[in-house]
Ligand binder design. Structure first.
Ligand SMILES: [Zn+2]
Ligand SMILES: [Zn+2]
Length: 157
């Protein structure tokens, strides 16, 4: 039998805990090191991305990568308070428009065919603040009175 095994078998619980603590310590150092290298993990899939690439991770207190963003939004959106939601929606739209050539579409007829879309999200309409109505009580022209708009990214042709 190996010497190390003998030592550990004296008090397997203690040995295990110490090993776990050592692994946790190493992991912490590794994470700090990766932070110095300018990379951070996506909170959903755990894949590391470069922070210097602003299109790689969407940052809203947690990091989400492009591959996870639509699934993440479906899950996250209902959890947001009515106060936080428009803020996160605006940032998400800006990130998608700014770095992923997304378009904001308010009218159903303007929506591209689904097979041409890489991504499709629904967010509140910014023009009417999600109410579907203008201040004067008229039907919001921007979102056709639905109160929501689509944020879509088309496949490059
Ligand atoms: Zn991800
Ligand atoms: Zn509207």
């Amino acid at each position: 039998m190996h010497r190390g095994d003998l030592l550990l078998s004296d008090d397997p619980q203690k040995g295990g805990d110490e090993r776990l603590a050592a692994i946790e310590r190493d992991l912490k150092h590794l994470k700090a090191g990766l932070g110095l290298l300018g990379v951070a993990p996506c909170g959903s899939c755990g894949i590391y991305y470069r922070l210097s690439d602003p299109g790689a991770l969407f940052d809203c207190g947690e990091f989400v990568c492009w591959n996870c963003v639509s699934r993440w939004w479906l899950r996250r959106c209902p959890e947001l308070s009515t106060r936080d939601r428009p803020m996160v929606e605006r940032e998400l739209r800006q990130w998608l428009v700014g770095y992923h050539h997304a378009k904001v579409i308010g009218k159903l007829g303007d929506l591209p065919e689904p097979e041409w879309l890489l991504l499709k999200l629904v967010t509140g309409c910014e023009q009417c603040e999600g109410s579907g109505k203008t201040y004067s009580g008229h039907h919001c022209q921007h979102c056709d009175g639905r109160g929501t708009v689509w944020v879509v990214v088309e496949q490059p042709t």
